[in-house]
Ligand binder design. Structure first.
Ligand SMILES: [Mn+2]
Length: 199
């Protein structure tokens, strides 16, 4: 699988390990006038079983896109019981208060530029969703209107993240530049999303 989704304020790219039919990374995007919800889930391993676990987390979250994001994380956790586990990150942007909410578990990376131009990269709890009850941490940050953010699975290895985020280029062009870091036939599922907060 290899695909890219583009809009004015979001670019999503995905390529599966060895170009397999099923990608073990599954993402979900939702936007309305008040904000956005973006989810990236990386099912353990690769192929169909990894896809099933990641898809189960996303399906659980889709049921109520306005729920509290730590409740979403627990629903996602319950959804993988009996399946492979998953690493996941959930971000929610609130346009009114210019706040970004972050929660997650395991190895999904998220970067944004905060007020005072600080590079912010919250870390999730280590481990992964497995169906067992865990404690989740909710973090929140004020974002700089018009600034960009990046979320990616561990299949992408990137240096100079700040340079990408501070680029004056649009998210689609930044996405195409980041894409050049990904091999034609990756050894892990790769997904990344570059977004722009509203001005
Ligand atoms: Mn992975």
């Amino acid at each position: 699988m290899n695909k890219a989704v583009e809009s004015n304020n979001l670019f999503v790219f995905q390529r599966s390990k060895a170009l397999q039919q099923y990608c073990g990374d599954v993402y979900f995007t939702h936007q309305d006038k008040n904000g956005f919800l973006y989810v990236l889930s990386d099912g353990l391993g690769s192929g169909l079983e990894a896809n099933r676990a990641a898809k189960a987390t996303v399906d659980a979250i889709k049921e109520d896109v306005h729920a509290d994001i730590t409740d979403m994380l627990e629903k996602a956790n319950q959804a993988v019981s009996g399946l492979r586990g998953a690493a996941i990150a959930i971000i929610k942007g609130d346009f009114l208060t210019k706040t970004l909410y972050y929660t997650g578990m395991g190895n999904i990376r998220f970067y944004m530029i905060g007020i005072e131009d600080k590079l912010i990269f919250p870390l999730s709890g280590s481990g992964f969703l497995s169906g067992r009850k865990q404690k989740y941490r909710l973090q929140s940050f004020k974002y700089k209107p018009g600034s960009k953010f990046l979320m990616h699975s561990d299949g992408l290895v990137l240096s100079r993240v700040r340079k990408s985020l501070e680029s004056p280029l649009c998210v689609v062009k930044i996405g195409h530049l980041i894409e050049q870091n990904i091999s034609d036939i990756p050894t892990d599922d790769v997904t990344f999303m570059v977004g722009k907060f509203p001005e």
